[in-house]
Design a protein around this ligand. Structure first.
Ligand SMILES: [Zn+2]
Length: 295
């Protein structure tokens, strides 16, 4: 992993549609000085919302952040692209309440960062190192964390009776591996879940252009899958985006069994020492995690 903090060399921009609100959305990622972190800026109402675990207010269908009464929704794939490409500092401007979903993956954002490149500062990154072991459980999902020299993730998904079935993948983060192996993996939904989402007023911007729709042993998307195990790759993409809410890079090995945003949120709260309202996960302490932040 890189030692010094980085930001983008210049700005990049994206236009598209918000996944849940279905409204047009325009976003621009701007360079920022060291120790800014990732900050979402609502240009329509003039509000800044730092991407930190303290500002997470919802994880049910998308990660929603709020600060000073302003909200920004569906931040997870932008955060994953920034964290995956090892961008420490950036301002993400957006002209409404939700980021554009783009193609349902992190590919366009990661490619844009790769295209313009990043600039190194002379300020060191403050890594969070995990020592010891810990496990968190929630509704049949589990995430276990232990020591590692970098950021390593082994994730599984299990959707019996569907094309997805059981998948697992081990991934070690570098910007190159993120761009190639994880960023292209799209979000997915089971066909039978769609009516309930629409009835709840969600996924109004959802389409075959920005999600894989799975029904039994087939996908509805004409172009098919980008990887045979695209589903578990997207779960890794989501976990990387949620770990970005630590506000600093992490060294650890994460074993994530059927992970989801709510469990990931509890994990990040635990790692950051934040005693927030998302602590629904029941922790079964083994040796306990000892954390060390290096300057
Ligand atoms: Zn996702």
């Amino acid at each position: 992993m890189r030692i010094y903090q980085r930001t983008l060399s210049t700005w990049v921009q994206f236009s598209g549609t918000g996944l849940h609100g279905g409204l047009p959305s325009f976003a621009r990622i701007l360079p920022a000085p060291p120790d800014t972190g990732i900050v979402f800026r609502r240009t329509d109402i003039g509000a800044d919302i730092p991407a930190t675990i303290e500002n997470v207010v919802d994880t049910a269908y998308a990660t929603v952040l709020s600060a000073g009464g302003a909200k920004i929704s569906t931040v997870e794939h932008f955060l994953s692209a920034l964290c995956g490409m090892e961008v420490d500092n950036a301002i993400v401007e957006v002209d409404g309440p939700e980021l554009p979903i783009l193609d349902g993956s992190a590919l366009r954002v990661a490619e844009a960062i790769d295209f313009v490149g990043t600039e190194e500062s002379n300020v060191r990154r403050r890594f969070l190192w995990v020592y010891g072991k810990e496990k968190l459980h929630l509704n049949g999902s589990m995430v276990a964390v232990s020591q590692s020299e970098g950021l390593d993730i082994l994730a599984t998904v299990d959707f019996p009776g569907t094309l997805i079935g059981k998948q697992w993948l081990k991934f070690t983060l570098t910007p190159g591996s993120f761009l190639k192996e994880i960023a292209p993996a799209r979000t997915f939904v089971l066909r039978e879940q769609i009516d309930a989402l629409w009835a709840a007023g969600l996924a109004r911007g959802g389409s075959l252009e920005n999600a894989i729709v799975v029904e039994g042993d087939r996908v509805h998307n004409e172009e098919g899958l980008r990887f045979h195990d695209e589903f578990v790759r997207h779960k890794i993409l989501d976990l990387i985006g949620d770990l970005a809410l630590l506000g600093r890079p992490v060294h650890g090995f994460f074993l994530a069994v059927r992970p989801g945003h709510t469990l990931n949120r509890s994990l990040v709260e635990y790692l950051s020492g934040f005693d927030g309202p998302g602590h629904e996960a029941e922790t079964s302490c083994t040796e306990g995690v000892r954390l060390q932040v290096t300057a």
